[in-house]
Design a protein around this ligand. Structure first.
Ligand code: LLP
Length: 403
């Protein structure tokens, strides 16, 4: 197990690099990847890191170096993956709702492509016929995931081609002699119950025999990580056992064993991330004691957008008496990170760290209120290195055209 970064060390990084600051601990990413490969050592499985969770180029390179593949949700993520050194055959591009031009570009770059609409599948058939292998993203009509905003497989979701339209997919396959090599489903994020994945493949088992050239089954991402005490992590070993069992009960009618793919994002990088902020102001009110930090939803939007819980620790006063506080940002809009949270006594100038901030933290940040995006630091082999400079004033004007 990789050690957590200590409060003293995090304070030191806050002082050295300034706040707000994202810190990523490389060894934790490795530990998570090892959990996956160890659990699935008996099955023919590949893991594609869902890079949308965190795309800093150094993180991509590190994950590539571990041996993982990469999943991209835009052509720019594909370009970043190539830049990080992933060869095209280890890059998966799972598109949704995009113009066909982007799919043509992905094809020209030689990456693996999953298509999620009949419309783009038809265009793909017209242009490439059987010449370029392709995957189809299906919507299994399963409700799963931490909350509705991060559920993607249900029957009102925009993602994927609804499974009940499989006849239409098949008629396109026949019409254009499409070379379908994988079937993809992704039901949501923060799925604790491994049976959701099992249910997903069971739906696919009915469909698999309809595609004679299949090689891969892509079950998407969505493994849960614990955000607070008592939270569970998806039981990866149990998942691996159940997937193995399911496949041994359903040998591929085509004879060729199918390889299983997963696309975890949070599981790789959530827990490696620490978001360090500094307390600007403490304000006593009748309702609560506000602690305003030098950040807001412009830097970490998950609590406001998904009601997500992030543990907040006063690393400057870890033994102070416990008191209730509402931790807010400095944005001119309500940006409550936590309401009535029990934290060790907070003083102005203290450093507060948000845990589990690696996934969809920096990645979803913005320059709202013309504030700078935070800097990012990678801690690897005991050494801390700046991997993204904090914005500067010029960055706010960059790309603006002053008339
Ligand atoms: N594959 C596909 C096709 C996806 O859409 C996603 C996430 C993943 C894989 C990775 O899911 P993960 O393993 O990270 O749960 N911003 C939200 C999460 C949105 C996830 C969107 N798609 C959050 O901060 O909770």
């Amino acid at each position: 197990m990789s050690e957590q970064l200590s409060p003293e060390y995090l304070i030191h990084l806050g002082q050295q690099f300034g706040t707000p600051l994202y810190v990523y601990h490389a060894e934790k990413i490795k530990e998570q990847y090892n959990k996956l490969t160890t659990a699935f050592s008996r099955t023919n499985t590949l893991f594609f890191y869902a890079s949308k969770a965190l795309t800093n180029i150094n993180i991509l390179k590190y994950i590539g170096g571990l041996g993982a593949n990469i999943d991209c949700s835009s052509i720019n993520e594909v370009r970043l993956a190539l830049h990080a050194g992933f060869p095209p055959e280890r890059i998966l591009y799972t598109s949704n709702g995009i113009g066909f031009g982007e799919i043509e570009e992905a094809q020209s770059l030689g990456v693996i492509i999953n298509i999620d609409s009949l419309s783009n599948l038809e265009k793909f058939g017209q242009k490439f016929g059987h010449s370029y292998p392709v995957g189809v993203r299906l919507r299994p009509n399963i409700m799963a995931g931490g909350n509705l905003k991060i559920s993607t497989g249900h029957d009102k979701s925009k993602f994927g081609i609804p499974v009940d339209q499989i006849e239409k997919v098949l008629s396109l396959v026949r019409k254009y002699n499409l070379h379908i090599v994988d079937l993809h489903i992704h039901t949501g994020s923060e799925i604790k119950d491994v049976d959701v994945f099992v249910k997903g493949i069971e739906i696919l088992f009915d469909i698999i025999p309809l595609f004679s050239e299949l090689q891969f089954i892509d079950l998407g991402g969505g493994f849960k990580v614990p955000y607070k005490d008592g939270d569970v992590e998806t039981d990866i070993q149990c998942l691996a056992d159940k997937i193995e069992e399911a496949f041994s009960n359903h040998p591929n009618p085509g004879g060729r064993p199918l390889q299983v793919w997963f696309e975890p994002g949070k599981f790789f990088v959530s827990e490696c991330g620490y978001f360090i902020t500094k307390v600007n102001v403490i304000k006593e009110t009748e309702a609560t004691t506000f602690v305003s930090v030098d950040s807001g939803f412009n830097h970490l939007i998950r609590p406001m957008f998904y009601d997500a819980y992030h543990e907040i620790e006063n690393i400057s006063n870890p033994h102070g008496p416990l008191k209730p506080y509402s931790v807010v940002g400095n944005i001119c809009e309500t940006d409550t990170f936590a309401w009535d949270r029990t934290i060790n006594e907070v003083r102005e100038g203290d450093y507060l760290v948000f845990r589990n901030a690696g996934a969809y933290g920096f990645e979803m940040s913005s320059n709202f209120n013309s504030r700078f995006k935070p800097a990012e630091v990678l801690v690897k082999d005991g050494k801390a290195q700046l991997i993204r400079k904090r914005d500067q004033f010029e960055d706010l004007l960059r790309n603006q055209i002053e008339l």
